[in-house]
Ligand binder design. Structure first.
Ligand code: TXA
Ligand code: MG
Length: 331
């Protein structure tokens, strides 16, 4: 039986109940500021193994961990340098997962036998309450089955994980809507292993040199499949390109993932038009991205044409996610 717990009001008895469950080795789907995660006591091997089973996750793909303070960080990680400290001071609590050397207090199963561990203090008060009460580091892989979209809506988390985990915490819709930025420090260089809301330029502002790297254990996982063909429509004449595509593919059930402002242009001509948000509000497009993609996954059509955002800042981040589902199909 899975128990749904509404923690939007941060009721202290319910927080206690969740913390106890974590300490008892139970699995609790939790809100974070980025996306929903599967929480368990990171020091409990059995609980950790259950996460891998439920997610159908490759054993070599390590979990990341959430802590509530530096004492807890010290118990699982070592070799924290001035550079790490500057990143921590600037971005924690928040959506920056930092890779540290790991201590042996953590079971090998958590780290996929790596000698490093990804950690952050999350910027979500509900999950922080639970970690503080449980007094143990909590695992936080995204709450989705491997290869499926991440989840930002507790209702969807319930749909997917009811009967599979012990508790699901409703903390409302996730604030950010995309997984944390992951970084690793090497000498004086900060490598970004996964892009997220904290952008390369945000880190460069601290005076560091930043490089992108795809050297991540989950590399090659096709994380953002919507289960059907998707095509990115590039260039300033995207409206003409979409119109031409519709005219030339009358036998296909066509969908568009486009700006709110273009809805009236296409809605009558296509099978489904999914509004991703306003052309003027990229943050809102990001926040809603996984809902948009889930809607696309559920829709009954053959192909999606996707409008492009401008490739800077948040726009670039959203475009990376779109490219991941388009498999290089571009017109
Ligand atoms: O925002 C997030 O980070 C969410 C929330 C729920 O915390 N969690 C999340 O977890 O996205 P997951 O498991 O879906 O993605 C973690 C990524 C994986 O790609 C994994 O390969 C990588 O982090 N990773 C974990 N440990 C690592 C390590 N020691 N070195 C390099 N990459 C690591
Ligand atoms: Mg994930």
């Amino acid at each position: 039986m899975t128990k749904l717990i509404d923690l939007k009001k941060r009721d202290s008895k319910l927080i206690e109940e969740c913390a106890e469950a974590i300490k008892d080795g139970k699995l609790v789907v939790l809100p974070t500021e980025t996306v929903y995660g599967i929480g368990a006591n990171a020091l409990d091997v059995k609980a950790v193994r259950r996460i891998f089973e439920i997610k159908k996750r490759n054993k070599n793909n390590p979990l990341i961990v959430l802590v509530s303070d530096f004492d807890m960080l010290d118990k699982i990680a070592y070799g924290i340098t001035d550079i790490h400290q500057k990143l921590i001071d600037k971005f924690w609590p928040g959506p920056l997962t930092i890779i540290f050397n790991r201590k042996n207090s953590l079971p090998d199963d958590v780290t996929g036998n790596l000698d490093t561990i990804g950690v952050r203090i999350p910027g979500n008060e509900i999950v922080l309450d639970i970690i503080r009460k449980a007094k143990v580091p909590i695992t936080a892989p995204s709450a989705n089955f491997s290869g499926k979209l991440s989840i930002i809506d507790p209702k969807l988390a319930y749909q997917e994980f009811n009967g599979k985990v012990d508790f699901i915490v409703d903390g409302g819709i996730s604030d950010i809507g995309v997984e944390s930025t992951i970084v690793k420090v090497d000498g004086n260089v900060i490598y970004i292993l996964r892009r997220g809301k904290i952008l390369p330029e945000d880190i460069e502002k601290l005076g560091f040199s930043v490089r992108l790297s795809d050297n991540i254990p989950s590399k090659g996982n096709k994380h953002y499949s919507i289960g059907k063909k998707a095509i990115l429509v590039t260039g300033s004449n995207s409206i003409d390109k979409i119109t031409n595509y519709i005219d030339n593919h009358s036998s296909q059930k066509i969908g568009v993932i486009g700006f709110d402002e273009h809805y009236t242009l296409f809605t009558e001509k296509v099978n489904v038009y999914i509004k991703m948000g306003s052309v003027y509000h990229y943050d809102a497009i990001l926040k809603n991205l996984f809902n948009t993609l889930n809607e696309a996954k559920e829709a009954d059509n053959d192909v999606f044409l996707i409008e492009c955002l401008e490739e800077h800042g948040i726009g670039k981040l959203v475009m990376d996610k779109f490219r991941a589902i388009c498999d290089n199909e571009i017109i």
